[in-house]
Write a protein that binds this ligand. Sequence first.
Ligand code: ADP
Ligand code: NI
Length: 220
Amino acid sequence: MNDMDRRAVIDKTVGFVKQRLSGAEAGHDWWHIHRVWTTAKHIAEHESVDTFVVELGALLHDIADSKFHDGDEDIGPRTARGFLSELGLDEGVVEHVGLIVANISFKGGKHEQKFRSPELDVIQDADRLDAMGAIGIARAFNFGGHVGRELYNPDIRPNLEMTKEEYKKAAAPTLNHFYEKLLLLKDRMNTETGRRLAEQRHAFMEKYLEQFYSEWEGEI
Ligand code: ADP
Ligand code: NI
């Protein structure tokens, strides 16, 4: 496939994703995809990867998130594979993108990831980076608001031993999510570039939490 055909496939994928995600929760909407796509391309410049697969995987990684589809974990990979097959793409690319969509998710970080590839490593870093820093904070509180969580409750401690099932059902205040996921991400990066960006975003979240507790206690 030449570069022009590849561009056409990317453009069609953008159109498909925008349409499928219209009205999505603001932390998992087209703009989340757009940021992950941009960051993934940036990280990919420093890695030896198939950038076409990186772009398609980034664009399709949240095409149908199981937590918004009654826990159906195959709906995302199935939708991505179906879309790409219809465009007549190489079976190898279709399968690879399907595996990326199936294996990118955090889900408490305790379950074993069954598939890895350098392309998935790049997209996973980009997705994790979007859960950190200023945007990560905004996304967490938006998600918490979306499902009716408290901002913070000093009586409910974070639970670091959650199973995948507990993680999915967790109803704790949003601040707990920082300890259960967001602050753990910097040590889970796959690439050098990802690690460097994660350090900055991590430091910002720590600063934010300090200020949050200080205001909570009424300090001035
Ligand atoms: P993944 O989609 O990578 O498996 P999650 O679904 O756990 O990860 O989270 C994606 C994003 O959704 C998080 O980075 C966060 O912004 C938001 N989110 C998910 N669960 C929570 C939660 N319990 N509290 C606050 N935000 C959450
Ligand atoms: Ni995502």
